[in-house]
Design a protein around this ligand. Structure first.
Ligand code: ATP
Length: 216
């Protein structure tokens, strides 16, 4: 089993990291030696030219993901979306990962509740759930809505099901509420307030060194 978490990561912060760590723990339960969680890919998204741009460059966002994950063997920075031109479609990323890991390996696509609430607007969302399980983490200020029929049909409360088949299940993980967003971090940095402890120390140092987010 592998996990995948995408994001703009402008910058990556402890909200992303802590929720992903808690998912790792939840997914590690019930795995057999063959099916256990091997790694979680953290994938910064490519922002196409016609979209509002990130403040940090793609290379800087990737470097911050590298710095944030350097002491965690389970978390792997993955630049595959930055290698592609144009929009980063999750379905393409999952196809590419599927090629790497084969058809038997479980892939868990980790998304926050905010993303889950608009999931059926995603490009080829029905294909996405044939390529991966959906693992949804809590996010402060976003409350779960009653599940639609498709989601009810896929939902499981047993991680064994995520190990038993490679894709197609929906699993919720109650994660610690950390009301942190990259937007707030960028604003605080622009206003000259401290963002220490909202991001890992190495990311904090990098942001200061590169003078990132000095303007909102
Ligand atoms: P921005 O404020 O720039 O929109 P963000 O903090 O929401 O950024 P993204 O890089 O867009 O971060 O994050 C990707 C996904 O990570 C989000 O859609 C969300 O699901 C999840 N996420 C972000 N912040 C948190 C948090 N504090 N707790 C749990 N999940 C989070």
């Amino acid at each position: 089993m592998i996990g995948v978490r995408g994001g703009t990561f402008d910058p990556i912060h402890i909200g992303h990291l802590r929720a992903t760590q808690e998912v790792a723990e939840a997914l590690s339960a019930n795995g057999t030696a063959d099916s256990s969680l091997q790694r979680i890919h953290l994938i910064p998204g490519n922002i196409p030219p016609h979209r509002p741009q990130t403040l940090a460059s793609a290379e800087q966002r990737l470097e911050m993901v590298r710095l944030a994950t350097q002491n965690n063997d389970l978390f792997v920075p993955d630049d595959r979306e930055l290698q592609r031109d144009g929009a980063s479609y999750t379905v393409d990323t999952l196809r590419s990962l599927r090629k790497d890991v084969g058809n038997e390996c479980s892939i868990c696509l980790i998304i926050g509740m905010d993303a889950f609430l608009s999931f059926t607007t995603w490009h080829k969302w029905k294909t996405i759930i044939t390529l991966a399980h959906l693992v949804v983490t809590s996010r402060p200020d976003y409350t779960a809505q009653p599940l639609q029929a498709w989601a009810q049909a896929l939902q499981t409360e047993n991680t064994l099901d995520l190990h038993a088949q490679p894709a197609g299940k929906l699993f919720f993980v109650e994660t610690t509420a950390l009301s942190i967003s990259a937007t707030d971090i960028r604003h605080q940095q622009a206003e000259g307030r401290s963002i220490r402890y909202l991001v890992p120390d190495a990311v904090y140092d990098y942001i200061q060194q590169k003078h990132l987010y000095r303007t909102p």
